[in-house]
Design a binder for this molecule. Structure first.
Ligand SMILES: Nc1ncnc2c1ncn2[C@@H]1O[C@H](COP(=O)(O)OP(=O)(O)O)[C@@H](O)[C@H]1O
Ligand SMILES: [Mg+2]
Length: 471
């Protein structure tokens, strides 16, 4: 149970709250005790002072012949007037003999012999606090009595702190009770709040458990305020979107590969069967030529797939060296000039700024090779293909422009995808499997560059490759 976050959270809060409550309770208790004690001491001392002042002054209204009548220290009314519940007064003469004592004391439990001995020992001008387990705490204050500068004896005031201590005890109990209740409430409410806040996480967990590769279409679709949990759920949904797309692409890819390889196999099988039945050596040669062509096609597809698979796995190493792009373009031009001429297409190179890159010569040749093959494939007789070299800041730029059939806008974002062809039949008829541009894109990226395409149907296409320059 304590492995649950919500319990951990609420226990932490409760712990914190307990510390705060304890500090507050102790501070409150001490402040109250302090002020009550101060008050008790003050009243004790004040009583003594009042008695002392009364003794020292003539009673008002009792003056005869300008001579005042003085209060008698042995007058029982004197002590009874100043005694009250919990307050006890004793007056002794100069010799220490008790001459007056609260009547209250006689029947009060404070008339304990221990108390009497404290009273006896307390010297004038002293304040003492004593505690007894049965009697509770008391304050004793002793003060000298004098009249006209002549010492008369001592007045001692005793104050019981039992009532105050009882109030403090009650406060302590109340504090414990309130803190305990508060803590239990805090744990409960905290756990409930945490549960409410964390319940979407349980939902996420359950959904995540239900998701299999075949059922990637499930989503959390958590709505609510934009908080941490909602953001987590949204991130989770976005991840599922990406995974679903990736899985779909993977599945599509497998289907494409199978289809692409099955077609030449069907042709080979059919041709072989016909050739086996026939007797004509001429027919046999034709059949073998067809088989040879289909095998070439399969080999090309498999080679391309192998290249891409290795690239995906990061195993395709580039053998880098300084490559002069001008030389490369001339090379490619030489390779394709006869093919272009045969198809009635003019293939030219436009001289630009000489550019050198640090790269894999064979891969870069393959890149240009694929682009020019496409240009020748998708350009009609009489069209033009121009390869130009340029520099833009730190980038070398190779552009292959054709005046061919162009690519519809809808297809443009996809042509670099594996097996993607605008016109499957047409591409296949021209020997393509839709992998050429995927390889071109990989080569450009592996060199730290990129490829852009612009195209307009019926007008032609422009492929631009950007590669980082060495210098
Ligand atoms: N220069 C171009 N002009 C028109 N369409 C092109 C051109 N280059 C590529 N494409 C389109 O992009 C698709 C993908 O090209 P690519 O990956 O080389 O495959 P493939 O050449 O095997 O068909 C082609 O099928 C074609 O529809
Ligand atoms: Mg191609």
């Amino acid at each position: 149970m304590f492995k649950k976050i919500r319990w951990k959270l609420s226990l932490w809060y409760a712990g914190l709250l307990a510390v705060i409550l304890i500090i507050l309770g102790v501070a409150l208790y001490q402040a109250l005790e302090h002020s009550l004690m101060a008050e008790a001491i003050r009243t004790t001392v004040t009583r003594a002072q009042q008695i002392s002042a009364l003794i020292d002054a003539p009673e008002i209204g009792d003056t005869v012949n300008g001579q005042g009548t003085f209060v008698d220290i042995t007058d029982p009314d004197l002590v009874n007037k100043f005694s009250s519940e919990g307050i006890y007064i004793e007056i002794s003469d100069q010799g220490g003999k008790v001459v007056n004592r609260s009547f209250f004391l006689e029947k009060h439990r404070l008339s304990d012999s221990r108390l009497l001995s404290i009273l006896k020992s307390s010297a004038p001008g002293t304040l003492e606090i004593r505690g007894f387990t049965d009697l509770g705490r008391i304050v004793v204050y002793a003060m000298p009595l004098s009249r006209n500068g002549q010492n008369l004896g001592t007045v001692k005031v005793v104050r019981s702190l039992t009532l105050m201590d009882r109030a403090l005890d009650r406060l302590q109990l109340l504090l414990w009770f309130l803190s305990g209740g508060g803590l239990i409430l805090a744990i409960g409410v905290g756990a409930a709040l945490a549960k409410a806040a964390l319940s979407p996480i349980d939902h996420i967990t359950r959904t995540a458990r239900q998701i299999r590769a075949e059922g990637l279409n499930r989503r959390l679709n958590l709505s609510g305020p934009d908080d941490e949990v909602t953001r987590l759920a949204n991130a989770f949904d976005e991840m599922l979107d990406r995974l679903e797309t990736a899985f779909q692409r993977e599945r599509q890819f497998t289907a494409d590969v199978s289809h692409e390889l099955r077609t030449p196999l069907t042709v080979i099988k059919g041709t072989a069967e016909v050739a086996l039945r026939g007797k004509d050596p001429q027919e046999c040669t034709e059949a073998l030529t067809t088989v040879d062509g289909e095998v070439d096609r399969m080999t090309n597809i498999i080679n391309a797939l192998l290249t891409l698979a290795r690239a995906d796995a990061g195993q395709q190493q580039l053998e880098t060296e300084r490559v002069n792009l001008q030389d490369l373009v001339e090379d490619v031009l030489a390779t394709f000039s006869s093919l272009a001429a045969e198809k009635g297409i003019s293939l030219d190179a436009e001289a630009g700024a000489p550019a050198e890159v640090h790269g894999d010569r064979e891969r870069l040749r393959q890149l240009l090779h694929n682009l020019v093959t496409n240009a020748i494939k998708y350009t009609q007789r009489g069209g033009t293909i121009t390869i130009s070299l340029g520099k833009d800041g730190d980038w070398a730029k190779i552009t292959v422009v054709d005046t061919g059939i162009g690519i519809p806008e809808n297809d443009l974002p996809h042509i670099f995808e594996r097996f993607y062809r605008v016109d499957r039949a047409r591409s296949r008829a021209k020997g393509g499997a839709g992998l050429g541009l995927s390889i071109v894109k990989w080569i450009a990226q592996a060199h730290g560059g990129r490829i852009d395409v612009e195209s307009e149907v019926g007008k032609g296409s422009t492929f631009t490759v950007w590669l980082p320059c060495t210098d």
